[in-house]
Design a protein around this ligand. Structure first.
Ligand code: SAM
Length: 269
């Protein structure tokens, strides 16, 4: 694997994280959340029988969602130590090819119906080679669907989280986990206030975070504070990632007012 320094550290950070948070229980790993992630571009039923890849599989949450949707075969790419946990978590191993490589090393199969990358490209400083690899792996007419952190809708959150991350991404696990515990209770209170007031990130709090188990809400806080590199994309940057990478019919959706789902199609000729 050919890592640059940010990439190396981000992958190490995720490896450590996934050795602590190993399962995909509850809403976090559910078909309901998968439908929400794919919406408004497709439903899980539309990918039944397809051959797909997922770039940045973590501990297999999306891989298992894809399997439950009736996928024929999936190439799961995960470069970190999480690979061992991923192999253990997969529900139908006979349908999965596991590759312990970075996204830019996805082989140029040229026959995949879909490539997915959920919550990954915003952790890669230069994602262009990954987008190029996804393009080459798809068949003509195949689709690349990505989900990214958004800048728009996160203004207040970013003024708070950006300076905090300078410190937290350097903390050892037990200190970071204690900090997460301290932040957890104000978050629960914030979710309760969101029921009554039009507060920032209300859509995300009520449609996603509130549905998670306490353990997964803690993981989500940890996941915000832990990785070395995280970028929050503007609408323009998110769209450009795929349209600049030869994809056509690029469509974008502002998911729950805080993130971007983008889909593009590999031209037929
Ligand atoms: C936030 S996790 C998302 C995991 C999974 N897609 C999900 O939604 O549960 C990001 C994952 O991307 C992986 N990753 C980081 N850099 C990568 C790279 N250059 N190529 C492929 N995966 C990468 C990390 O190791 C981590 O498991």
């Amino acid at each position: 694997m050919n890592f640059n320094s940010h990439e190396n550290k981000t992958i190490e950070d995720f490896g450590d994280q996934w050795l602590k948070y190993t399962d995909n229980e509850g809403y976090y790993g559910s078909r309901e959340l998968f439908s929400d992630i794919l919406s408004p571009f497709m439903t899980p039923d539309e990918i039944r029988g397809c051959r797909v890849a997922e770039i940045g599989s973590g501990v297999g949450r999306i891989v298992n969602m894809l399997l439950q949707a009736g996928i024929k075969q999936i190439i799961a790419v995960e470069p970190s130590q999480a690979f061992e946990v991923l192999s253990h978590n997969i529900q139908e191993p006979q349908k999965v090819i596991l590759l312990k490589v970075t996204g830019d090393q996805l082989p140029p199969y040229g026959n995949l119906d879909f490539v997915f990358s959920i919550g990954v490209l915003h952790h890669i400083e230069n994602p262009v080679p990954v987008v190029e690899a996804a393009f080459k792996a798809l068949r003509p007419g195949g689709h690349f669907l990505i989900w990214l952190y958004g800048k728009e809708g996160n203004g207040l959150y970013l003024t708070f989280i950006k300076p905090l991350r300078v410190l937290t991404k350097r903390l050892p696990h037990f200190i970071l986990a204690s900090l997460v515990e301290i932040m957890y209770w104000p978050l629960i209170l914030y979710i309760k206030f969101c029921h009554r007031l039009p507060l920032p990130l209300r859509g995300y709090m009520l449609s996603v975070l509130e549905k998670m188990s306490p353990e997964k809400r803690r993981l989500i806080i940890y996941d915000q504070l832990n990785p070395e590199y995280a970028k929050y994309y503007t609408r323009f940057e998110a769209e450009k990632l795929l349209s600049g990478g030869k994809f056509e019919n690029v469509r974008i959706h502002h998911r729950h007012g805080y993130s971007w789902t983008v889909i593009g199609t590999k031209p037929l000729i």
